[in-house]
Design a protein around this ligand. Structure first.
Ligand code: MRU
Length: 354
């Protein structure tokens, strides 16, 4: 992995896409999100293993961004493979796909991106063909992500009123996608339409994607944002500070929305306070055959809770429960905003497929 560029944070930085392709070195470039908000650093992954490390350590994260990473991962594997014949290369890439998918099993987009590129290469006649098709399909995924998020934004913006304050959790913004964002894309689109919208960002312990990433990216765009601890969400709602809750999703099955741990709690709080609870996600996040029970929730290291960054904040040997995601039942969801429109209960997934 190569450190590509370091920018200072006391100024507004020139933002690149969260993940992209660098043709000169035939490598994946991405914003290292573990360093935000202190540092905006772009890293270069030349090999599948360096990209896997970046995914595992959450340098790149967020469901749609992981979809692009999956596609680029197969491209890297194809370009660096030592296979000399088509059959061996296809086998190599299937193994690479399994490795990639296993790193973060809950976010469906990672596997979706991998499978999409693997499907595309089945049209290839030779090794060069595989490499070209893999690259092209990975680029298509990245391009489509930006276009899709803009459409989601337009649909979602209609649900927000002038002067609304939206509570969000984790980061479903530009940095969780290739660009624009899903939930925060809705906010961006509403603001682009001329509405004044404010955001309340929950910090999202243990890895603080809300306080580190959401606040930073909104402040870069001068979008008003107030940070709260996760435990303050209920009281903020009770105080009338929240007009709607707007989150992204990592996987939408027939019965639940998987999203960052804490989302379920917000959905209950929103229901109790009669506040709309919106989910913004592309169709690629839908797992049309899945149910809550069929999905593996990623469990992360106990160290993420025993430490706050590098500071120990709990007894070193305390027992820890650290699921990365939770599942919000559909009955708590007011609407799902997709690039195919806004869906309301009873959320018949067949409607989404049409
Ligand atoms: O563990 P992370 O940071 O990858 O979790 C990300 C989330 O839960 C996001 O809310 C989700 O991916 C939606 S991103 C548009």
């Amino acid at each position: 992995m190569i450190f590509h560029r370091i920018c200072c944070l006391h100024r507004k930085v020139i933002l690149m896409r969260t993940i992209d392709w660098k043709e000169e070195s035939k490598s994946v470039v991405l914003v290292d999100q573990t360093l935000l908000p202190k540092e905006y650093r772009i890293i270069e992954c030349k090999t599948l293993s360096s990209l896997c490390e970046a995914i595992n350590s959450l340098r790149i994260r967020g469901a749609p961004a992981l979809g692009a990473a999956g596609g680029f991962g197969i491209t890297l594997a194809a370009l660096r493979s030592e296979a000399r014949d088509l059959e061996t290369m296809v086998k190599d890439l299937e193994v690479a796909g399994k490795v990639l998918k296993s790193i973060r099993p809950t976010a469906v987009n990672l596997g979706w991106g991998v499978d999409r590129v693997l499907r595309a290469i089945s049209d290839a006649f030779d090794i060069q063909g595989i490499q070209d098709i893999a690259f092209q399909e990975a680029m298509n995924i990245a391009e489509e992500d930006v276009a899709t998020n803009k459409i989601i934004g337009e649909y979602g913006a209609k649900l927000l009123k002038e002067g609304d304050t939206v509570l969000t959790h984790c980061n479903a913004g530009r940095l969780s996608c290739v660009d624009w964002g899903t939930a925060l894309g809705v906010v961006r689109s509403a603001i682009a339409e001329g509405k004044k919208i404010k955001v309340i960002a929950c910090e999202t312990r243990p890895l603080n994607q809300g306080s580190r990433i959401t606040t930073w990216e909104l402040m870069q765009d001068k979008i008003p944002v107030t940070l709260i601890a996760d435990s303050m969400a209920g009281w903020a709602m009770h105080q009338g500070l929240v007009d709607s809750v707007l989150v992204g999703a990592d996987r939408i099955t027939q019965d639940v929305i998987f999203n960052k741990i804490g989302t379920y709690t917000h959905s209950i709080l929103a229901k109790e306070h009669e506040i709309p609870f919106y989910v913004a996600a592309p169709i690629s996040t839908f797992d049309f055959n899945g149910w809550e029970g069929s999905v593996k929730i990623e469990m992360r290291s106990p160290e993420e809770l025993r430490f706050f960054g590098s500071e120990q904040c709990a007894p070193i040997d305390v027992e820890v429960y650290n699921p990365a995601f939770d599942a919000t039942p559909m009955e708590n969801v007011t609407a799902i905003i997709t690039e195919k429109g806004v869906f309301y209960p009873p959320f018949l997934l067949d409607e989404v497929l049409v």
